[in-house]
Design a protein around this ligand. Structure first.
Ligand SMILES: Nc1nc2c(ncn2[C@@H]2O[C@H](COP(=O)(O)OP(=O)(O)OP(=O)(O)O)[C@@H](O)[C@H]2O)c(=O)[nH]1
Ligand SMILES: [Mg+2]
Length: 290
């Protein structure tokens, strides 16, 4: 398998602006909902999130839970709850589960600040909560689900939401949708690669071939059986070339079509076709969850 070095760095202009805006709005909101991608519960989080949020009350949603196994995810929920000390819920665009509990919990998070404002003589106002998270984790989709509408724009790539947008959920709750923000420096390349796998990093920051190659390596180490079954690779090396040959994705002279196969591998993974996976390592990483 190819061993070319994959290095990911991505920080387009709109993110710098989004980050500034987020900091500006932080003082105006009562609490924050942090959305993580359930397939990478650790790598889709921010280091030092409590510091970044200036101590604002927070709850965590592990979204895209439909792309993971519930039993595996349960271990992560318990771990994150324990380490962060905040409420953690799972969500999924595919699941029509009632989101009333999340609305209720979010509204409750804001209550102490609203009470404090009222004690200063101000009138009661709706809870104001900001939704934050890496690009493409499903922030806008969650808002649309809560409002049973298409008030916010969504899309299967990083950087769909470009501006903050307030959305009224009910008379007691307003949510602020924000553009996904990725840290300026991708010091942890393992996290960066996983963010690329789930399409949280702009596609022009990397070559599909290098990322697909890396993804195959990781899936082989954690979920080899599912990977071999899906691509009908009963034995032999797991590689982009062999996937191409197995699928008959060829260019002229019967050579494997590496470009097309790489794009398909990423698509198959992102859509959950290969299987339901969690790519972070529970045993190795459980010290670093904050
Ligand atoms: N399978 C699955 N797909 C989801 C889920 N939630 C969102 N998606 C898909 O993920 C993609 C990204 O969703 P968005 O809601 O646009 O993500 P976002 O976090 O707002 O992204 P930015 O605005 O770019 O920061 C879309 O294609 C959604 O249809 C989910 O729970 N499960
Ligand atoms: Mg969005």
């Amino acid at each position: 398998m190819k061993k070319d070095k994959l290095h990911i760095q991505w920080y387009p202009g709109h993110i710098a602006k989004a980050e500034r805006k987020l900091k500006e709005q932080l003082s105006l909101v009562d609490a924050v909902i942090e959305v993580l991608d359930a397939r990478i519960p650790l790598s889709s989080g921010y280091t030092n999130i409590s510091g970044l949020l200036n101590g604002k009350p927070r709850l965590i949603l592990l979204n895209k839970a439909d792309l993971t196994h519930p039993a595996e995810l349960k271990k992560w929920i318990d771990l994150i709850k324990e380490k962060s000390g905040v409420d953690v819920y799972t969500t999924s665009a595919k699941d029509s589960k009632d989101l009333n509990l999340i609305v209720k919990k979010a509204t409750e998070l804001a209550e102490p600040r609203i009470q404090a404002l009222m004690s200063k003589g101000l009138l009661r106002r709706p809870a104001r909560i900001m939704i934050v998270g890496m690009p493409n984790v499903g922030k806008s989709s969650i808002i649309n689900k809560l409002t049973r509408s298409s008030k916010t724009k969504i899309g299967a790539k990083a950087g769909v939401t470009r501006q903050q947008q307030w959305v009224r959920i009910n008379p007691q709750l307003e949510l602020l949708d924000t553009p996904g923000i990725i840290p300026m420096k991708q010091e942890n390349q393992e996290c960066a690669r996983k963010l690329a796998f789930v399409n949280s990093i702009g596609e022009n920051a990397y070559s599909d071939e290098l990322v697909a190659n890396d993804l195959l390596n990781l899936l082989e180490s954690k979920y080899e059986t599912a990977l071999r079954e899906y691509y009908r690779l009963s034995d032999g090396e797991i590689s982009i070339e062999n996937v191409a040959l197995s699928r008959n994705w060829l260019i002229k002279d019967g050579k494997p079509d590496i470009q097309r196969t790489s794009a398909y591998i990423l698509k198959d993974f992102r859509e959950g076709n290969i299987g339901k996976f969690i790519l972070d390592d529970f045993e190795v990483n459980n010290e670093s969850v904050v």
